[in-house]
Design a protein around this ligand. Structure first.
Ligand code: HQG
Length: 179
């Protein structure tokens, strides 16, 4: 059951963040998909899923990756998109220090050109070191970068925080990064 939930969660991340067309799903400009349509399309693509399973995934997801609207008819990913959706996030004041977990092999490039958003819509930063470490490990030998978010904010950079508490910024120039 656990494995099946994880499979469905990964599939939901894929279609709600990156490739809705993989199952013929449509997202609106704010990233919302119709829950009934999501269920129908996932089933049509060979993975059995029902509303109860979707609700379980949303509720039990370790990073709270998904949100439902009030009457649970629409669903979206809280962050991590590569497709252009407007999450209507308001600029927020960040903690003084934020963390970014990356892999050692990216360090040279990062220290030369700063953190850039790569395929996603933002650079992702964490308020907890442990989270940054877990993110870094996905790419290789982890390195934790300390980001001087206060200085960036003071210098006019805009920070956003997703529904599930991931800090998002357009880019982090090298002068705000220490290892
Ligand atoms: C690196 C997960 C070379 C960057 C996490 C990272 C996160 C550079 C990789 C979310 C670079 C991009 C995002 C530069 C950045 N040169 N490499 N100039 N600038 N990089 O997956 O932050 O589990 O797009 O350090 O929790 O790893 O999916 O970003 O290593 O919030 O919900 O390029 O994904 O959430 O990788 O992870 P990613 P990320 P989920």
């Amino acid at each position: 059951m656990e494995k099946q939930l994880q499979h469905i969660s990964k599939l939901m991340s894929l279609v709600l963040r990156h490739q809705p067309e993989a199952i013929g799903l449509q997202l609106d400009e704010n990233g919302w998909a119709n829950v009934e349509q999501l269920i129908e399309k996932i089933n049509a693509n060979g993975t059995k899923v029902d509303i109860a399973t979707i609700l379980t995934v949303v509720e039990t997801n370790d990073k709270q990756r998904f949100s439902l609207n009030e009457n649970k008819t629409m669903i979206r990913a809280n962050q991590g998109h590569s497709i252009g959706v407007d999450l209507n996030l308001k600029p927020s004041i960040p903690p003084d220090i934020l963390y970014h977990g990356t892999a050692e092999r990216f360090l040279d490039a990062i220290l030369k050109e700063g953190l850039t958003k790569q395929k996603r819509q933002h650079v992702h930063l964490s308020w907890q070191i442990e989270t940054a470490k877990a993110v870094g490990i996905r790419h290789g030998k982890p390195v934790i970068l300390h980001i001087n978010a206060k200085a960036m904010h003071d210098d006019g950079y805009l920070f956003y925080v997703s529904e599930n508490n991931v800090w998002l910024v357009d880019a982090v120039p090298t002068q705000y990064i220490t290892i």
